[in-house]
Design a protein around this ligand. Structure first.
Ligand SMILES: [Zn+2]
Length: 293
């Protein structure tokens, strides 16, 4: 009996030591990364590849740089179909991804370990089950986020985003919004929220989602948001996130309640740094070309 008890205590002590060591080690490594100076050539690259970077106030700009340093040090990039992932490409992804956690904790991306980049839209085999009938078809995608910490992107679609910084579509923001949605386990359009916040989020988002779906049933009415957001609540959150950062003025004008919920979740008010936005598309959105997940 005593032996069993001692064995149990020893096992718990070892587990505790491993957990503490893992957390302390990660903290220690991150502090080492953050002590390094940002490479000189990164700031001009961020300015070119992440248009919003130059409009950020200094405090947020420095915070974004720190997040980017960690992201570049920790996440693994893979090129697919022969695509060569260069440093500017990595910084483009890191800069946009870290915008989403600018007002939050870097730990929100602890579960993200890799980014796969295709040169353009890529095809995946999809299996659809309808009762006893299973059918397969190919789907063309511009991006995808998985619950095991992987993000897949089409560089052609990322570049299109850079060419139209005021458009509502940004595939990088979209897929990393899904990663935040995965934080509480279920990709349901409701990222982790405090209990007293969840009720209001649910009410505001459900109403806005229903409005978008209703608008799409009337061929003559143009929705205020990319129609892809009407696919399901998870896509709605991802598409709203794109609009929140890319077209905050339009989003706040059409859905002030939604804007308020997102501003609270992201702990940011993009309107404050979008006054001089080169946004030339106030009343429209480019058609979605490829499927997003
Ligand atoms: Zn999606």
């Amino acid at each position: 009996m005593l032996q069993t008890l001692l064995f149990g205590v020893a096992a718990l002590a070892i587990i505790a030591a491993v957990v503490i060591r893992l957390f302390c080690y990660r903290h220690w490594v991150r502090q080492r990364v953050l002590k390094r100076e940002l490479p000189d050539h990164w700031r001009p690259l961020l300015a070119r590849q992440v248009p919003i970077y130059l409009r950020l106030p200094d405090t947020l700009k420095q915070r974004l740089e720190k997040h980017v340093q960690l992201f570049m040090a920790e996440k693994t990039f893979f090129g697919c179909d022969g695509y060569e992932v260069t440093e500017p490409v990595q910084l483009t992804v890191a800069g946009h991804a870290c915008l989403l956690i600018l007002g939050r904790h870097y730990a929100d991306y602890d579960h993200v370990h890799s980014v796969l980049i295709y040169p353009g839209a890529y095809a995946v085999d999809e299996e659809v089950t309808d009762g006893l009938v299973v059918s397969r078809h190919q789907e063309v995608r511009s991006g995808q986020a998985s619950d095991y910490g992987q993000v897949i992107l089409s560089w052609e679609d990322c570049e299109a985003t850079l060419e139209h910084p005021g458009a509502d579509h940004n595939v990088i923001l979209h897929e990393f919004a899904h990663q935040l949605d995965y934080l509480d386990g279920s990709p349901n359009g409701a990222p982790p929220l405090l209990r007293d916040e969840a009720g209001q989020w649910q009410q505001v988002m459900s109403t806005a989602f229903a409005e978008l779906q209703a608008t799409l049933k009337h061929p003559g009415r143009q929705p205020w948001l990319d129609p892809y957001g009407a696919t399901d609540p998870a896509e709605f959150f991802a598409v709203l996130t794109e609009a929140f950062f890319q077209q905050p003025r339009q989003l706040k004008s059409h859905q002030p309640g939604v804007y308020q919920q997102l501003a609270h979740f992201y702990n940011l008010d993009p309107l404050q740094f979008s006054a001089n936005s080169p946004d030339g598309q106030l009343n429209g959105f480019p058609p979605s070309i490829n499927m997003r997940e």
